[in-house]
Structure formats: C-alpha cells, structure tokens
Design a protein around this ligand. Structure first.
Ligand SMILES: Cc1ncc(COP(=O)(O)O)c(C=O)c1O
Length: 385
C-alpha cells in the first residue's frame, strides 16, 4: 500500500541531507562545544554555522538566535522569561484564545503565579479582533503573545497591524510571535512586525526533532528558565544538541532557498486536493479561512455526520495519514479549542480533520488522497445512515 503523509503540521519527514549531516555529527563531531580542544571547537563551529543560517530566515543577526530543544521550550522561555523579568513594571499579559497549548499553558501557569491574563477573541476566520487588542492594552501590560499561522486552521494573523497597536499603546510591552508553523514556509518580518521575540522549531521544516530557537531582538531582557553552564549567551544553559542544531540550520537553509516558489507549490497542492474533493462531491465544510487566504500548507475540513477519529482510522487503513484537530490534541477527547473559538457548530467540531502538506507531496498523491477521502466518507455514511 502506498503511504500518503498529509500530517505535515504535526511533523515533517527530514530531508535526506539533514539525516546524513546529523548522523555524521553524532558519530564524528561529538565534542562538547564548550570544550577548549579541537573536538569542542569543531562542534562550536557547527553551531555557529547553524546560527547564521537560522538568523538569515529571520532577516536577523546571529547573536539574536537562542537555540532550544524545540518550539515548546522557546515559547516557555519567551513567555515566562518576559513575564518574570518585567514583573516589577506590571503584571498584565495578553494572548489569544487560539494559541498552541505550549503558549496557553504558560499563561495559565502565570495566572496561578499572580499575573492577570487577557485572552483575545478571534473572528470566524481565526483572526484576532484588533479593536479588542487596542482596548485591552494598558500601561501595566508587559507581554503580548500572538501566533503567526494557526496550526489547526491555518489562519495568518496581520502581525504588522497588531504590532503597531501594541507599540502605540504601550511601547515597553514585549511582543512575542509563535512562528512555528510559518518559519521556513512564509517570509518572516520580525522588524516590520515590531516583534521582540519569535519562536521556530526544526521538525516542522524537515529538520530533526529536538531543536528549535527563540529569535530575541537585541537589547530585550529575559529571565532564564534553566540555570547552569551559561550556554546560549547565558539564556539557556545545558550542553547544546550539536547534531540537531546543525540539522536545523541546514533545513532552514534548504526551506528558505526559493521560499516563494516553494510556498506557491504548497498552495498548488492544497488547491489540487480541495478541487478534487469538491469534484468528488462528499459533503464537507471548510473550517476557518477560505483555502485561498490560509497558510499554504493547511486545510481543516469537517464531514458532518461522521466522527473524526473513525474517519482518521479509515483513511489510515488506506494509507492516508491526517490529524483530527492538532496532533497535540489528538489523544485528548476534548473538542479543539481553536474550532470552538471560531464558533464551529457541534457536528462540524466532532468531524473535523486537518490535512497538511509538504514539498515531499505530489499533486498526483494529494489528488489520490482526495479521491480516497471521498470514497471513505461515502462508505461510512452508507454504513451509519
Ligand atoms: C504553533 C505551534 N507552536 C508550538 C509548537 C510546539 O513545537 P515543538 O513540537 O517543537 O515543541 C507547535 C507544534 O505543533 C505548533 O504547531
């Protein structure tokens, strides 16, 4: 059976060049980057190269990159690091209701620590309500965290407008963007957004699992969460994962070379999938933004009358891999907080699947997957009607 992997928002297949590089580093360049001998210097150079490559994707400086174990850690560092560091100035934090759990859980934790958190609502397209942001920010606000691309429905926030509002209302408030789903897939403009911190993760861009980073604008002060040897300019102690970091650098370089063309190819894949599904005619609804306006690699669809989990496994039996909601939620029976936030009705909520694409997919493959989806939904509907 041919496998068609359409769960690229959860994680991606690593590039062969990344697998080769990380394998070679594990076996040959295993020195501790902090060691003063040649083996250490070799590892240190590999990390420096990766730092330059990752910084280029942010159009930033290499000293603005702090490597972490992934997106979750970078989000924790940004949010808790900013909140603790700025506590003397104020205790008000702002985020949106559709953030990834690695962001929302930090804010829930900080509420228990005595911070006040405002959760911004979104419209049916998953876009933050700008008037609400304007009303909520005050002189006590120390941090606003808003994601770039939503991992479940692919909505793309208007970060530049949001940044203007934040900095107009409270210039000292730090602005963090979780760009895990857009890094290496869409152009990133932290300076134009007026962002102070941006998160990225390697395994979403065909890099290895176990590496990510926080881009931190020069001069931004954060409280470290890990204390120890003072690696990563004192902000993130712990011996660096040289192989994963170097693999991240290489994946970032490959993804960002010809980014516009690569994004256009993803749009073509999504449109081919959507068109074929429309032609095949199973009744379905798009959740969130119009597919032409959402991120190139994500589409979230509901198949009313069916249960998402059943559909997911029926597709899996035919070799098609997708997610029910986001991967991080898929083992939780709770409905998706993102679909709830965009006011999805109960039937659509229970039957929502996320299809997400990558450059490893072909038009032929996604059309086959759309045909299989149509067949499977028709069979299940017959069975359950
Ligand atoms: C938007 C978003 N933020 C953060 C994360 C967490 O990243 P990581 O898996 O590298 O910890 C994810 C992963 O799905 C994500 O989609």
């Amino acid at each position: 059976m041919t496998e068609i992997y359409l769960d690229n928002s959860a994680t991606t297949k690593p590039y062969q060049a990344v697998i080769d590089l990380t394998g070679r580093i594990q076996s040959e360049s295993f020195g501790n980057p902090s060691s003063m001998h040649g083996k250490g210097i070799e590892a240190e150079k590999l990390i420096a190269t990766a730092r330059r490559k990752v910084a280029a994707v942010f159009e930033g400086h290499e000293k603005e990159i702090y490597f972490t174990s992934g997106g979750t850690e970078a989000n924790n560092l940004a949010i808790k690091g900013a909140a603790y560091r700025s506590r003397r100035r104020g205790n008000h934090l702002v985020t949106s209701t559709i953030e990834h759990p690695s962001v929302l859980s930090c804010f829930q934790f900080l509420e228990q620590e005595g911070f006040t958190v405002s959760y911004l609502e979104v419209d049916r397209q998953g876009l933050v309500r700008q008037e609400q942001l304007e009303d909520i920010i005050g002189s006590e606000t120390v941090l606003v965290s808003i994601m770039h691309v939503n991992n479940e429905i692919g909505s793309i926030q208007h970060l530049e407008e949001l940044g203007r509002i934040i900095k107009n209302k409270c210039p000292e408030a730090l602005y963090h963007v979780d760009a895990v789903q857009s890094f290496g897939r869409l152009p990133l403009k932290p300076v134009a957004w007026k962002a102070d911190m941006v998160t990225a993760s390697a395994h979403k861009i065909h890099g290895p699992r176990g590496a990510g980073c926080l881009w931190v604008k020069k001069g931004t002060l954060l409280q470290p969460l890990l204390h120890g040897g003072g690696q990563e300019y004192g902000l993130r102690s712990g011996t660096e994962n040289t192989a994963a970091i170097a693999g991240f650098g290489l994946a970032a370089e490959i993804c960002s070379t010809g980014l516009t063309e690569k994004a256009a190819e993803l749009v073509d894949l999504k449109q081919a999938f959507y068109r074929k599904l429309l032609e095949a005619g199973p009744s379905f609804a798009v959740n969130g933004p119009n597919p032409r306006e959402s991120a190139p690699h994500i589409i979230n669809l509901s198949f009313p009358g069916l249960k998402a989990e059943m559909l997911l496994h029926a597709l899996e039996e035919k070799g098609v891999y997708v997610s029910a909601g986001s991967a991080c939620h898929s083992k939780h029976p709770d409905p998706s907080h993102v679909l709830e936030a965009i006011a999805t009705n109960k039937e659509s909520l229970d039957s929502a699947l996320r299809f997400s694409f990558s450059g490893f997919n072909t038009v032929e493959e996604v059309e086959t997957a759309a045909g299989i989806t149509a067949e499977v939904t028709a069979e299940l509907r017959k069975y359950f009607s």
